[in-house]
Design a binder for this molecule. Structure first.
Ligand code: GDP
Length: 365
């Protein structure tokens, strides 16, 4: 399963946020494909569409889809020098598909900051630099080898060398691979390099309880947003401490607490949805009277493989999919009316699943 790793310097609120994630935790029995590991938190993906479908179909139960956050352990500073726990930090990052980087944007004199004072941009760069150094090292050897081949006019080597040199220039300026605008061809080459700094990143700006309502007034948040824009990354504002409290609540209680706080959606829910997007994940629904359920697929997945997410038999015996978009179904008001209106399509093996598809798979056993 695709996962997002949570990273951050000590005392930024990383454990508090991860705690909120495991508190909010999904019923793991529903998600046998998820990893059971103390460093992995399984979260349900908030989706208003699921609620709407439930009202429409009135099923016995409703099951949201879920995915994983991994708490990345290990020591950050000096990690690229390859010592002990630092090494572990890098190898954990290598295994995740995207990164949620928690940044301290709250001032609290009682909580020590590792470098003496709150400075989010500096904090970000401490971690990014370790990753940049590790990537730098891994391409250096490759540059020597590829340069030799490129001299023989080997076409692939020439193209790769060009990419490697762009990367090296960026790394020398302490910029991550994701800040470079590569062509599509070049992106394929970059992918094979398995770099740490080409993984997509999302910054979680951890603000104080007071700042949660008007994060625009927080100078630190402004700085982080500006920085993130320059490297094509997103920022979500959270207050880890409050998230921990919200995570203990459910349903109406949660709604009431959010209203009291004056916010529409918890920071954690926003973070979950942003991380889901960042991983290139989308949702389709099955909507029967027994169960209305959301399922996660990777953008670009075709119908038989999407069916296989429910059960391998569905993929093996795939015949076709009956598909209606969420909007069309809600417009129609019921599956039967949607059918009468011709909104339910029959799709075959080559159909590329779309976010929000409501599907019924037909298959041979
Ligand atoms: P970690 O070292 O990054 O895992 O940080 P922790 O989650 O252990 O947090 C360090 C300290 O900061 C703890 O005392 C937390 O209670 C406190 N803290 C975390 N988030 C917030 C927050 O949003 N506001 C305030 N005021 N304190 C926080």
């Amino acid at each position: 399963a695709l996962t997002t790793g949570i990273v951050g310097l000590p005392n930024v609120g990383k454990s508090t946020l991860f705690n909120a994630i495991t508190q909010a935790g999904a019923e793991s029995a529903n998600y046998p494909f998820c990893t059971i590991d103390p460093n992995v938190g399984i979260v349900e993906v908030p989706d208003y569409r699921l609620q709407k479908l439930t009202e429409l179909v009135d099923p016995k139960k409703t099951i949201p889809t879920a995915f994983e956050f991994t708490d990345i352990a290990g020591i950050v500073e000096g990690a690229s020098k390859g010592e002990g726990l630092g090494n572990k930090f890098l190898s954990h990052i290598r295994q995740v598909d995207a990164i949620s980087h928690v940044v301290r944007c709250f001032a609290d004199e009682n909580i020590t900051h590792v470098s003496g004072r709150v400075n989010p941009l500096n904090d970000i760069q401490v971690i990014n630099l370790e990753l940049i150094l590790a990537d730098f090292e891994s391409i250096e050897k490759r540059i020597t080898r590829t340069a030799k081949l490129a001299k023989t006019k080997d076409k692939d080597a020439v193209a790769e060398l060009e990419v490697l040199e762009l990367l090296r220039d960026a790394f020398e300026e302490e910029k991550p691979a994701r800040s470079i605008n590569f062509t599509e061809e070049q992106q394929k080459i970059v992918k094979q390099l398995h770099l740490l700094t080409s993984k997509p990143v999302l910054y979680a700006a951890n603000v104080s309880e007071e700042d949660l309502l008007s994060p625009e007034d927080n100078e630190y948040v402004k700085q982080v947003k500006e920085f993130a824009r320059a490297e094509n990354s997103e920022v979500i504002v959270v207050c880890a401490k409050i998230e921990e409290e919200i995570a203990e609540l459910e349903g109406e209680e949660k709604q009431m607490f959010l209203e009291e706080l004056g916010i529409k959606e918890s920071g954690l829910d926003q973070l979950i949805r942003a991380a889901y997007d960042l991983l290139g994940l989308q949702t389709y629904f099955t909507a029967g009277v027994q169960e209305v359920r959301a399922w996660t697929f990777k953008k670009g997945t075709k119908a038989p493989q999407a069916a296989g997410i429910i059960h391998t038999d569905f993929e093996r015996g795939f015949i076709r999919a009956e598909v209606v978009s969420y909007e069309d179904l809600v417009d129609a008001g019921s599956m039967n009316i949607a059918k009468e209106k011709g909104k339910v399509r029959l799709e075959g093996k080559e159909y590329v699943m779309q976010d929000g598809d409501v599907v019924h798979f037909r298959f041979n056993v």
